[in-house]
Design a protein around this ligand. Structure first.
Ligand code: UFG
Length: 331
């Protein structure tokens, strides 16, 4: 393995911090850029940290001029579907506009490899399950569009400037590093597994199930949960492929298994030993009924194999983190 220098944009966030840890464990040099709007400085150890914005061309210029960055991995984004419907311009500004400035700075400084955090939300409501990468991308909300625009911009940047990229379309990222040192800490929290675990910690009375009349086996939404460390390994594999001369491409990142909201709550009851009361609530606008990835392409081309392929092991790592850090990085 040849040591590489990575700039991790959004490296103090949930997924970014797990990728930083994986890259450091593989012996690479890592620089982190994060404006700490959502990220946590305490989540990043063992590398140089720059507090600043991904749209700050001067700061990016200084980083790229002083450090021989080989590859940029980009995690800094707003990622809440409902919020994106209410504040679309913030999403297009942050996720699309500022990312374009990051890409321009890379081109200006001759940085030629980019790993992009894309999303299953680029597909919208899928016509068929499991979802393959060549299925239509018809996002149903500004969040998905803000990410899809970048995938399209990347194609143009590759054609014009030779900027090679891999877009990884995450399904439902979950879990925490088994060390228990880093994990998920959003404020406010909106994701299912952390909310369920907050109920187990006594921080919430119950979990609301957003819709019990979906066209699914138990009437609740089905998602494909993938462990954050498995996502991290996929980033390393994706860049190894680009280092080997691979051309730009897109991969789904999911475990190919769907679990319903009710199933996740049941598994969490077993993992935590807590009854976790649940109440039926109206559907959340913008939710697709079922999202399940085909990960055939990344398995075949990169040899990616999830180590945490079942939700029990994923939830167990999340529970270790939440139980030991009931207020996240706050303590
Ligand atoms: N849910 C509940 N109650 C809650 C929270 C969530 O029932 O309190 C349900 C949601 O309705 C959904 C499922 O649990 O059916 C999972 O919800 P999450 O909010 O955990 O995750 P999403 O599937 O909405 O979102 C994830 C990523 C997004 C991405 C999206 C792709 O977090 O960034 O997948 O559709 F856009």
């Amino acid at each position: 393995m040849i040591m590489q220098t990575y700039l991790i944009v959004g490296g103090a966030g949930y997924i970014g911090s797990h990728v930083v840890r994986a890259l450091l464990a593989s012996g690479h040099e890592v620089l982190v850029l994060d404006n700490l709007e959502k990220g946590h400085r305490q989540a990043v150890h063992g590398c140089e940290f720059f507090q600043g914005d991904l749209g700050d061309r001067d700061l990016l210029g200084r980083i790229f001029s002083r450090h021989g960055v080989d590859c940029v991995m980009h995690f800094a984004a707003y990622a809440l579907v409902g919020e994106s419907v209410e504040q679309p311009l913030d999403y297009y500004d942050n996720n699309t506009g500022r990312t374009t400035r990051l890409l321009q700075a890379m081109v200006d400084h001759g940085v030629g490899r980019f790993i992009f955090s894309s999303t299953a939300a680029t597909y919208g409501e899928p016509g068929r399950i499991p979802i393959m990468e060549d299925y239509p991308t018809l996002p149903t909300n500004p969040y998905g569009r803000s990410k899809l625009f970048i995938e399209q911009i990347l194609r143009d940047a590759d054609a014009a400037h030779g900027l090679r990229y891999t877009a990884l379309r995450y399904f439902n990222a979950a879990g925490a590093d088994p060390s228990g040192e880093i994990g998920e800490d959003h404020d406010p929290e909106s994701h299912l597994i952390p909310i369920v675990l907050q109920v187990a910690l006594g921080q919430r009375e119950h979990v609301a199930i957003f819709g019990t009349d979906w066209d699914t086996p138990d009437g609740t939404c089905v998602r494909d949960y993938v462990h954050v460390n498995d996502l991290a390994q996929a980033h390393i594999l994706a860049d190894q492929r680009l280092q080997g001369g691979g051309t730009s491409t897109v991969y789904n990142l999911g475990c190919e298994n769907g679990y319903s909201v009710k199933e996740i709550i049941d598994i969490s009851r077993k993992v935590t030993g807590h009854p976790i009361p649940a109440v039926a609530a109206p559907r959340r606008p913008g939710d697709p009924a079922r999202l399940i990835a085909s990960s055939r392409k990344i398995r075949a081309e990169l040899g990616w194999r999830p180590q945490f392929g079942d939700p029990t092991s994923i939830i167990r790592t999340a529970w270790n983190w939440h139980r030991d850090h009931p207020h996240g990085y706050g303590n």
